[in-house]
Ligand binder design. Structure first.
Ligand code: SAM
Length: 302
């Protein structure tokens, strides 16, 4: 099978199967062998690896992955691609296509079934309309993911690696940087895809930390605090967190916590580093527990 990375071959396959790309599935197929090689190189995939690909499309990158990896599992939502992939991946016996919505799939179960729970590399040209839930799902699934190499919209890559105090810094930056070290591999212009997307794209690698760079007593609480802090960007930290759902503290108590952190309650969430969010989360965690203990004591007295 000739490489699909060459535009004429992609066009020929689309014509042969009368396949029309669908916007609602974010179908923009890669047609640049140079970019494909760069992604494979950045992914660090070797013949030892089990790779999860999200959205194989017509199988362009899947072919490269089959050549480089021990085994590939590719999750694709669009069943219209079945006859196409049957042909384009026909010669490989180390690939399984799973016809599912990746957001509904139990990734941890898939990996324990297919790779005995050992570390996995994820490589994908992502459907842009669901980039954030896919990335968060990969980190939070409990799946042993070692490295994620993905094509995303350029703005999203900028947000993933943004530093405090910048306009791109937000909940996604903090989540990505809690779990991994992001590194931009290449910017990719629209003419490397068919059809051309309206936005610029970037390949980014997220190397999963063995241990997160900060230590926090309650991870879920820290992420609730982060989300509440960025929910309304123009609010001060104290206004964003006071009476916020899932935190359960008055504005006054939140102000005390922020002062304990050593910053003014009138700062905005976007100025806080990951380390400061972790510290604030631990201060709030202690305050919540103290509050709960005091309530119990007064109930017993009453
Ligand atoms: N990997 C191919 C390439 O590089 O040319 C195609 C990438 S295209 C940007 C995104 C692919 O993700 C499409 O094939 C699309 O059908 C698939 N997709 C979209 N939503 C999905 C979902 N929820 N679950 C699994 N695959 C999905």
């Amino acid at each position: 099978m000739a490489s699909l990375g060459i535009p004429q071959n992609t066009i020929a396959v689309l014509q042969k199967y009368q396949f029309h790309t669908q916007k609602r599935f974010g179908q923009n197929f890669l047609i640049d062998p140079h970019v494909l090689s760069k992604i494979i190189e950045a992914s660090g995939v070797t013949k030892e690896d089990f790779v999860l690909e999200i959205g194989p499309g017509i199988g362009t990158m899947t072919q490269y992955l089959c050549e480089s990896a021990r085994e590939v599992a590719a999750v694709e939502i669009d069943r219209n691609l079945e006859p196409v992939l049957a042909e384009t991946l026909g010669e490989y016996d180390n690939v399984t296509v799973i016809w599912e919505d990746v957001l509904k799939l139990d990734l941890q179960e898939l990996v324990s079934e297919k790779n005995a729970g050992r570390p996995v590399k994820v490589v994908a040209n992502l459907p842009y309309y669901i980039t954030t839930p896919i990335i968060m799902g990969l980190f939070e699934s409990g799946m042993p993911v070692e490295r994620i190499t993905v094509m995303v919209q350029k703005e999203v890559a900028d947000r993933m690696q943004a530093k405090p105090g910048t306009k791109d810094y937000g909940a996604l930056s903090l989540a990505v940087q809690y779990y991994s070290m992001p590194e931009i591999v290449a910017n990719v212009p629209p003419n490397c895809f068919l059809p051309r997307p309206k936005v610029g794209s970037t390949v980014i690698t997220l190397v999963r930390y063995k241990e997160p760079p900060v230590c926090v007593k309650d991870e879920a609480l820290m992420f609730r605090i982060i989300r509440a802090s960025f929910n309304q960007r123009r609010k001060t930290l104290a206004n964003g967190l006071g009476n916020a759902p899932g935190i359960g503290l008055s504005k006054e108590t939140v102000q005390e916590c922020i002062r304990e952190l050593g910053v003014s309650p009138s700062v905005r969430g976007e100025t806080l580093s990951l380390k400061q969010f972790a510290e604030l989360s631990d201060i709030i965690w202690k305050k919540q527990r103290r509050g709960a203990a005091e309530n119990r004591a007064s109930e017993e007295e009453g």
